[in-house]
Write a new protein. Structure first.
Length: 273
């Protein structure tokens, strides 16, 4: 009995010593940081409510079959975005036939941009559990003619929806994952001009933008900018190739002059006999 009392007293004393230290230990535990590749977990249903994400992130959403899902991401000069979407379909036992899904991309002026290549639209059989879509856009140019449909720097909208399925399957739940990979094409598609501002819906005039900056508020263009900011087309690797070409031309001119000018001495005349 005495031994039991001694053990109980030791346990109480240990709890008293460890009790105050526990909150401090929990407070010192670092909070796990948010995953930088995680994007929004919901999608918009119109252009105005599109969920924003950046290249390299993965946006997810759950919706009902037949809904239009919208996301928006930034693309800058010299970049070629590749939009990828994965659709997880309802259980095959609940479906009544095949379904056709499609992903479209629109620029800041809401002009649909054609895909260079990729499976923009695919049909899933009744037994298919998921399908993948892709759209590789043309490289973004710094400027373009008013009549052209060339992609320009600014916001780009991704729209995902089903375009064909049995009427009985409308409203069934599905999930979607969307991501964008960007490759830098540099000066190969550079132009001499540049836009005054990227094509970002909701951008204000220059006067209002200046007032917002003075008030400490970010403008719509700043809020939609890529992680490194907008380049505005002022730099590309075409500058490097132009400078290298100038240096090579100068060296070629100097070499040609050295080969053609001769020794600089008058020709030697043989003595008269």
């Amino acid at each position: 009995m005495r031994t039991v009392r001694m053990l109980a007293a030791a346990a109480l004393a240990g709890a008293a010593l460890l009790g105050p230290a526990a909150p401090g230990a929990l407070a010192d535990t670092p909070t796990p940081s948010a995953d930088p590749s995680a994007g929004p977990t919901e999608a918009g249903t119109t252009f105005r409510t599109a969920a924003a994400f950046r290249p390299g992130q993965e946006a997810t959403a759950q919706a009902a079959t037949g809904d239009y899902l919208y996301w928006v991401f930034p693309a800058d000069t010299g970049e070629r975005p590749t939009v990828k979407a994965t659709v997880t379909l309802p259980e095959s036992a609940l479906r009544h036939g095949p379904s056709t899904w499609r992903v479209d991309v629109y620029d800041g002026l809401r002009r649909r941009q054609p895909c260079m290549y990729g499976s923009q639209s695919r049909t899933a059989a009744k037994e298919t559990g998921a399908l993948e879509l892709a759209c590789v856009l043309r490289p973004v140019r710094a400027s373009a003619d008013a009549w052209a449909n060339d992609p320009l720097p600014g916001s780009y909208y991704v729209r995902l929806t089903v375009t064909g399925l049995p009427e009985e399957d409308l409203g069934q739940p599905f999930s979607a994952r969307v991501g964008v990979d960007v490759s830098d094409k540099g000066g190969a598609y550079a132009t001499d001009g540049a836009l005054a501002a990227p094509l970002v819906p909701g951008a204000t005039t220059a006067e209002l933008a200046e007032a917002e900056e003075e008030a400490g508020r970010r403008t719509a263009v700043e809020a939609a900018a890529p992680e490194g900011g907008w380049s505005s087309g002022w730099w590309s690797d075409r500058w490097i190739w132009t400078a290298a070409g100038g240096v090579l031309a100068a060296l070629a001119g100097i070499g040609g002059y050295a080969l053609t000018r001769g020794s600089g001495r008058p020709p030697r005349v043989p003595p008269a006999v």
